[in-house]
Design a binder for this molecule. Structure first.
Ligand code: PAF
Length: 283
């Protein structure tokens, strides 16, 4: 059965009140659409954790910089709704920009620590847009649990931090990254890659797995682990590295010397005009 779609806040509130009355547990999967198997795995996780699943689809303008790909971000609503119907999602929230950011909107969520590094450094203002829209989606849907992908590792950790710092009662859960057969992390932006860049993009996964193999064989030196990945990325001139960073998995604080805590290697790189991010937990 096709999911119910809600465009206005009033429609969503009526549905939410019905679920309240039923005592149903609700899971939210926030997305920007252009759904792929990675999103669907988050929906499946949501289904295991709740009685009702809401997917939001909103290409959030405030998380794109002025020279970023907001205008060309893929919008594939008909296909998205078909995919969600196949997973028996109960509701799809489809707000528009005027609903989320009405005239006079002036309040944003700003993280002053973790958001200033990595993607936050390369994309100033990005996480302020993400946290603001996620805060709004949480408050509108009031889910028992909201699910995010580990592919956007920094985003996931920032949302956890926002929930903790601001004493929100929502549970945040994370789903593992899904990969294509050659290891490329699934992303809505992969469709922008030309054939050659698509081939070169696999260097990201190969670099991450090389570092992980080194970690598994006992290497704990932060610089050597980072270098194991970087060396592979640097083989291909098509891969323009933004960052390769080993960070604390919990706080994303930089690490140096011998690492003793759980850590994650994060990569951002451009292939042509397409910016890709990926990461791997070292464990
Ligand atoms: O990960 C995304 O798709 C977006 O950043 C999110 C969480 C839906 C907020 O717009």
């Amino acid at each position: 059965m096709a999911p119910s779609t809600f465009i206005t806040l009033a429609e969503l509130a009526v549905q939410r009140a019905t679920w309240d009355a039923e005592g149903a547990r609700v899971a939210l999967v926030p997305t920007m659409g252009a759904l792929h198997l990675g999103h669907l795995s988050l929906v499946r996780l949501a289904r295991q954790m709740a009685d009702r699943v809401v997917v939001s689809i909103f290409v959030n303008p405030t998380q794109f910089g002025p020279n970023e790909d907001f205008a060309k971000y893929p919008r594939t609503l008909v296909a998205d709704l078909e995919l969600l119907a196949s997973l028996q999602v109960e509701a799809v929230f489809l707000p528009n920009a005027a609903t989320m950011y009405p005239d006079g909107f002036q309040t944003f969520v700003h993280n002053q620590g973790m958001a200033l590094t990595l993607d936050g450094q390369s994309r100033p203002g990005h996480f302020q847009g993400v946290l603001t829209v996620v805060m709004k989606l949480l408050n509108l849907v009031r889910p028992d649990v909201a699910i995010f992908g580990k592919k956007d590792y920094q985003q996931w950790r920032l949302i956890e931090k926002m929930v903790a710092d601001l004493c929100l009662s929502y549970r945040i859960a994370a789903g593992e990254t899904l990969r294509e057969v050659d290891g490329l992390a699934m992303s809505s932006r992969n469709r922008f890659l030309g054939d050659q860049d698509r081939t070169h993009a696999t260097a990201i996964y190969r670099g991450l797995t090389a570092a992980k193999a080194a970690y598994k064989s006992g290497e704990r030196d932060a610089q050597k682990l980072t270098l194991a990945c970087r060396k592979i990325l640097e083989i291909s001139q098509a891969v323009k590295i933004d960052y390769v960073e080993l960070r604390s998995a919990a706080t994303l604080a930089p690490l140096s010397g011998q690492v003793t805590e759980p850590c994650v290697l994060l990569v951002a790189a451009k292939l042509g005009t397409t910016r890709l991010i990926d990461n791997m937990e070292m464990e």
